[in-house]
Design a protein around this ligand. Structure first.
Ligand code: ATP
Length: 616
């Protein structure tokens, strides 16, 4: 009980700190236009704390990001605008004059109800308005997410109705959003604590977050919905957490985080046009035949629209939400403030170091010119390699905040569980082959393992690869020793694991025996898929669960944070393993590793290594 109150006190402290920060940021604005400020404050506060729900979007099928079926560029789709010499043609769906009174949405944007894009107040939406009371709906559909590959009834999948909400684009409105979130979480924690006081604490799964009243199911949902409204760096972090395994993150929390993986809120047309005009110039449409205002995906830092170019090429235009690039630092600082005051983060996680790396990575991701360069580089590297395709970058319609690429199709990795075992084995093998190739052959890796970034085209058995915002080079010396470490892990060579871990900076050399033992055991578990020939069955071993038990010891006894290279690399490697677990693949991992090793040229061949299994 005392600890619950301590948690609460910390949380309230955190909220007041954020409020303080927010007050500091809002000061210059107060002198400008007090009235506008008050109006905006009220709008943002009510919207971001979830008191208003934004506008419910009407999608013809499922939410846009569930599965990219970006083939709606037909005249029947009312959201498609056709251009004639750069001007919208008669058939497009711009707002028309109407006698119906205009509607003002939660963002303060006025629009006509006859505007097809904003058909939110129409009669058909009466029932939607009723459903609007609940932002998250529970789907009763049976989904196959198990590792066994069999279709099994699971707890109902929680889906979020796509909403249209203006992106909070100023530091002021974003800080306000975090303050609102903090207050909401504090209230949720209070409610959960009171519930536990009355009915007792639910049985924990031996997991810290399950024990905390802060991360109750309700609070997790509150957090997920706020992230979808805020978008930007905070949402990206939520999405990274959402691809964890059930054994690491408690199932109810994971279910709530699934919401953030389904996609963010959609920005209104007016805000979208502002970004397009300022990035590409007002004549941007002259290069297009058509543009679909209904996004095919609303991701963390931008939303993606389908368009057709003058030469007939179908393209995906990723358009960045305004303000997210400039608020990475403050967003992450605010998330950190919230986390600090929940007391959920153990010291050994070296959160500050992880945050520094995350800020650098996200800043790079917000520059789409870098992403375009990464994508072209991968296109060259993978040209001629069977089973992969990287779409073309269209420079003429790209900028720092808009990226246009050839449209590709396919099933996202998390949806391939319904395909037959042979196909799933093929996909698992290709994913691991790609991961090993990126690290040990190209020394250049796309480090965002989001399942939506791999689109499997069943007809051609090709994996279409998208999203190269997070990609980095790895130094040769690092990769040399990393390969030796992987081999030592695969061969059960504890001396090799320790030696390589010291050289790579995972260990300081002063660790206790408890720590060394946990570290080596964790290495062996990760090395398990590579330990035996003949195919590793990812359905039969719960690698992530075994690691999580050791993780607690390592976090407690760790003396040094992992090297900077490790954050993105381990995210990618665990993403590849999790994908194989998710689809239940059997993959000849050892054969793939030995094939890479056979052709690998170590840079420091004269280096004396003390153990056999890691020598060149
Ligand atoms: N070339 C393309 N062809 C088809 N669909 C695409 C293409 N590019 C993007 N998409 C769709 O848009 C979604 C988001 O794109 P992308 O992953 O590049 O954005 P992001 O901002 O990096 O997303 P996130 O932060 O969620 O990783 C993809 O998951 C996919 O559904």
């Amino acid at each position: 009980m005392a600890s619950s109150f301590r948690d609460l006190a910390r949380l309230f402290n955190g909220v007041s700190l954020i409020a303080n920060e927010f007050a500091k940021r809002s000061l210059p604005a107060t002198t400008d236009d007090f009235q506008t400020l008050i109006k905006k404050t009220l709008l943002s506060a009510t919207d971001l704390t979830g008191l208003t729900k934004g506008n419910l979007r009407q999608f013809p099928n499922s939410p846009p990001s569930a599965n990219p079926t970006p083939h709606r560029a037909d005249a029947a789709s009312s959201s498609v605008v056709f251009f004639t010499d750069g001007n919208p043609s008669q058939s497009e769906s711009t707002p028309t004059t109407t006698t119906t009174p205009p509607i003002i949405n939660d963002d303060g944007v006025t629009y006509s109800p006859s505007d097809a894009y904003h058909r939110l107040a129409s009669d058909a939406n009466v029932c939607a308005a009723e459903e609007e009371k609940s932002e998250v709906v529970t789907s009763s559909e049976t989904v196959n997410r198990g590792v066994s590959g069999e279709v099994a009834p699971l707890p109902p999948l929680r889906k979020r109705r796509p909403r249209e909400r203006k992106v909070p684009a100023t530091p002021f409105s974003r800080a306000l959003g975090f303050a609102g979130l903090g207050a909401g979480l504090a209230w949720g924690t209070f409610q959960e604590s009171a519930k536990r006081l009355a009915f007792g604490t639910p049985i924990s799964q031996g997991n810290q977050s399950a024990l905390s009243p802060f991360l109750s199911e309700k609070n997790a949902e509150r957090l997920a919905l706020a992230l979808c409204r805020m978008r930007g760096a905070a949402l990206k972090i939520g999405q990274m957490l959402s691809i964890q395994d059930e054994s690491l993150v408690p199932a109810p929390i994971l279910a709530a985080l699934e919401i953030v993986r389904q996609g963010a809120d959609v920005m209104p047309k007016s805000q979208l046009n502002e970004v397009l005009d300022s990035e590409l110039g007002p004549g941007w449409s002259s290069k297009l035949i058509s543009f679909d205002y209904e996004p095919i995906a609303a991701a963390s830092i931008g939303q993606v629209h389908q368009a057709v170019m003058k030469d007939g090429m179908q393209v995906a235009m990723k358009i960045q939400y305004p303000g997210v690039a400039d608020s990475i630092d403050s967003d992450i600082d605010n998330v950190k403030l919230l986390l600090n005051y929940t007391n959920l983060i153990p010291k050994g996680l070296y959160l500050d170091r992880a945050i520094k790396v995350a800020k650098e990575e996200l800043s790079r991701e917000c520059d789409y010119r870098l992403e375009a360069a990464n994508q072209k580089r991968f296109r060259d590297l993978l040209a001629g390699i069977d089973g992969f395709y990287v779409p073309i970058v269209v420079d003429a319609i790209s900028s720092r905040r808009v990226l246009t690429t050839e449209l590709v199709y396919g099933i996202t990795i998390d949806k391939v569980a319904s395909l037959n075992q042979e196909t799933r084995n093929h996909i698992g093998k290709k994913l691991l082959e790609l991961t090993l190739m990126e690290l040990f052959v190209f020394r250049f890796m796309q480090t965002d393992p989001n399942w939506g970034n791999f689109l499997f085209d069943e007809a051609t058995k090709t994996i279409n690869l998208i999203d190269f915002g997070a990609a980095r080079d790895y130094p040769k010396v690092f990769v040399d020793d990393y390969l030796r470490m992987v081999l030592a892990c695969a061969n059960g060579d504890s001396d090799g694991v320790i030696e390589m871990s010291r050289r790579l900076g995972f260990l300081s050399g002063m660790e206790s025996d408890v720590m060394l033992d946990a570290h080596v055991q964790a290495g062996f578990i990760v090395g398990l898929p590579f330990s035996r020939s003949g195919g590793f069955d990812f359905r039969s071993n719960n690698i992530t669960q075994s690691i999580s038990h050791l993780g607690a010891t390592m976090v407690k006894h760790r003396l040094t944070p992992p090297p900077d290279e490790a954050y993105s690399l381990h995210r990618k490697l665990s993403g590849a393993f999790l994908a194989c677990i998710k689809i239940g693949a059997v993959v000849p991992c050892r054969e793939l590793l030995l094939e890479v090793y056979k052709h690998y040229k170590f840079g420091d061949v004269n280096d004396i290594l003390s153990t056999d299994s890691v020598s060149a």
